[in-house]
Design a protein around this ligand. Sequence first.
Ligand SMILES: N[C@@H](CCC(=O)N[C@@H](CS)C(=O)NCC(=O)O)C(=O)O
Length: 191
Amino acid sequence: MELIGSSTSPLVRRIRILLANTPHTYTELDIYAGGRNALAQQTPIMKIPVLVDKGMHLYDSRVIARYLQQEHGLGRALSWEEENQLTLIDGALDSLVVLLLSQRSGLDTEADAMYYRLQKERISSTLSALEESLNQGQFSEWDYPGICLYSLVDWASFRELIELNDYPQLQQFRERFCGRDEVLATDPRSA
Ligand SMILES: N[C@@H](CCC(=O)N[C@@H](CS)C(=O)NCC(=O)O)C(=O)O
């Protein structure tokens, strides 16, 4: 089994953590520069993570997680509520990635543009909903939804895209799990 990704990607990190105790090869690619040809040979979507197993290429982190659960017994099936939590996490992540790639493209994300207003509104409302879920005692276990939440919060903070002080529950959640071996081993700051 081979996982293709990049060590700064929060979507790759969730799968790396899931695979922490499973033998596999991890292939690191610089997807925005020298690794693009190699990436194109693995996925026409040109996004990571990609999992290669039993001759099959899987292109999306949610599909990969479901595959690892069903084919390799990693984790467990998610409830509909947990699926919804993942959708909140992925929604926040998508919009944060838009802001980061825009900044790296030299675009002014502080401009009064509808596109950036929509992203910021989504980031704020999804993170507030996740904050409320934590208030209600959700994400109490270190399982796949928690791993995804951790990877999001830690990455957004690492990239200085959110101010964690604005989200005390998210901050506490991060502090609760930051010392785990698989978390330390996949820290984007060491990439
Ligand atoms: N829905 C996909 C999204 C994957 C994704 O957007 N990955 C980012 C890295 S975090 C990427 O490869 N971006 C490259 C690009 O947008 O060109 C998943 O969950 O795997």
